[in-house]
Design a protein around this ligand. Sequence first.
Ligand SMILES: *[C@@H]1O[C@H](CO)[C@@H](O)[C@H](O)[C@H]1NC(C)=O
Ligand SMILES: *[C@@H]1O[C@H](CO)[C@@H](O)[C@H](O)[C@H]1NC(C)=O
Ligand SMILES: *[C@@H]1O[C@H](CO)[C@@H](O)[C@H](O)[C@H]1NC(C)=O
Ligand SMILES: *[C@@H]1O[C@H](CO)[C@@H](O)[C@H](O)[C@H]1NC(C)=O
Ligand SMILES: *[C@@H]1O[C@H](CO)[C@@H](O)[C@H](O)[C@H]1NC(C)=O
Length: 622
Amino acid sequence: MKSKSKLSLSVFFFIFFLYLAAVTSDLESDRQALVVLRNSVRGRPLLWNMSASPCTWHGVHCDAGRVTELRLPGSGLFGSLPVGGIGNLTELQTLSLRFNSLSGPIPSDFSNLVLLRYLYLQGNSFSGEIPSFLFTLPNIIRINLGENNLSGPIPDNVNSATRLATLYLERNQLTGPIPEITITLQQFNVSSNQLNGSIPDSLSGFPQAAFQGNSLCGKPLNPCDATAESPNSPPGPSPGKKDSDKLSAGAIAGIVIACVVVLLVLLFILFCLCRKRKKEENVPSRNIEAPVVAPTSAAAIPRETAGNVPPAKAESGAVNKDLTFFVKSFGEFDLDGLLKASAEVLGKGTVGSSYKASFDHGLVVAVKRLRDVVVPEKDFRERLQVLGSMSHANLVTLIAYYFSRDEKLLVFEYMSRGSLSALLHGNKGSGRTQLNWETRAGIALGAARAISYLHSRDSTTSHGNIKSSNILLSDSYEAKVSDYGLAPIISSTSAPNRIDGYRAPEVTDARKISQKADVYSFGVLILELLTGKSPTHQQLNEEGVDLPRWVQSITDQQSPSDVFDPELTRYQSEGNENMIRLLKIGMSCTAQYPDSRPSMAEVTRLIEEVSHSSGSPNPVSD
Ligand SMILES: *[C@@H]1O[C@H](CO)[C@@H](O)[C@H](O)[C@H]1NC(C)=O
Ligand SMILES: *[C@@H]1O[C@H](CO)[C@@H](O)[C@H](O)[C@H]1NC(C)=O
Ligand SMILES: *[C@@H]1O[C@H](CO)[C@@H](O)[C@H](O)[C@H]1NC(C)=O
Ligand SMILES: *[C@@H]1O[C@H](CO)[C@@H](O)[C@H](O)[C@H]1NC(C)=O
Ligand SMILES: *[C@@H]1O[C@H](CO)[C@@H](O)[C@H](O)[C@H]1NC(C)=O
């Protein structure tokens, strides 16, 4: 017995050491591969510290002890990529060498990169053919080879890349036809090549600009028959009668099917419209036992129309108890009055639409009409009691709520300056100049205090939906956090893109948000505040990089001040040091692992230090 357990223990240790050896030797081979790369490409030297781990090298990112990302965009590299370099980074998932001056072929050993997802080689001088093995890499999602000197045909095995979403091949020297593509691409561009032939039907939905600068024909460009008559195209045998017969048979079938489909869709839309109408009409009569006075549609609120609509007449006799009040200091009103007030759509958020409701006597409130409430009435009311009991200078006050089977309304204090998101990303000029450093630092601090307050209530309370459109601003540009604590009562079906760009990597179910996930979202918010870039910004997404990683990649290779919103740095340079301190706080909040993130209380303390030392006005005190 004893010897047996001894044996198994030693076997265990043996395997353990083997594993250790494997891990270290793999990182060692990654290091060697990077050194091969460094020794082959010329230009601005890669200042990598050979005595440190490759994971600390500029442009290199590791995960679980292996190199998973290599990003050296715009680094002035030239020469050709060696075999035995990048191709030996077998755990690589992202490769970005865009906008360098690299030339020569795409190395043949890139076929080893079976985990590669994102390949960005645009803006170089790579030549030779596009290797067909790129499309057999099982995980590949984005391929960008635009603006190179690639020639030959587009490989005909594009369809092997079943996960491929982006294929950019514009501005090369590619020839021949575009192969039939059956996978669903989201982004596609082959403009400015020497391609000819007809555009496959599956690609006809892309804009003309994606095909221009070739000798292509067919939708979305000119029909092929027209080009066949043009003098440029080869004479060739004209399409035979048999062909056109076949085509017309197919066309007839297509037209019949299309007609049936259109008819069905129309019927469906009609059905939906009728139902919706019926539902809207039902709202008042079901909930309010009062004679229906006005034939107009129920209320100003449910009508998603803008301001100048005459206030809809609602039913009289609505009972006050329908609205449950938490605060009365904003003035007295009842559901009836609320429905009579003139409404203006403020926005369609992810939990529902918001309206501004103005009463005749001057009171203005914001009304949120919740969508996709999934919990029963009892749980809903309990939740709202908790939210209604919260009170903090940087939280938007919840004044009242209304619950019925068909309608769930929350009444909040109205914030005249709108949301931070609108101010940061809206029309230039409109209030954006107000967002100087002091204001932004103040907003960061106010939001941090509010979230800190939520977290201090008990360890399970979190905001769950922190993003710039939920940070509203008071007249004096103080942050007022809204939409707090609603995640647990809203359907998670609307979750996946709900907090796109703000969601912590570990969060898979948006209804189960932890405080550490809030810290992550708050970190993204800080980065957004400082860079002026929206976390869902197209340009960031195209590269598959989120805002935190974008900031990281820029601060790695350039001065941190390169990431700041130009609007922010234009007028002030002396506050720069504090901006960098705040940037670092934001970056620490967006740490990959929840345990590495600071607590919200800690974050608040750090931001307080920053804003005290920059002498920014500190209007809100606890
Ligand atoms: C790259 O991998 C190949 C095959 O595994 C190996 O023979 C070669 O030595 C490696 N090169 C480097 C620089 O590690
Ligand atoms: C290189 O890394 C080693 C070990 O991490 C460190 O001691 C040394 O200071 C670094 N050298 C430079 C120039 O950064
Ligand atoms: C592009 O490749 C062709 C050969 O295929 C070569 O003659 C030409 O010089 C290359 N152009 C550039 C800009 O590298
Ligand atoms: C495309 O161009 C090649 C020559 O570059 C020619 O041989 C071929 O017939 C052309 N194909 C079509 C469909 O025009
Ligand atoms: C395709 O690339 C060209 C540049 O060659 C650009 O002008 C065009 O806007 C792009 N079109 C699309 C749809 O991406």
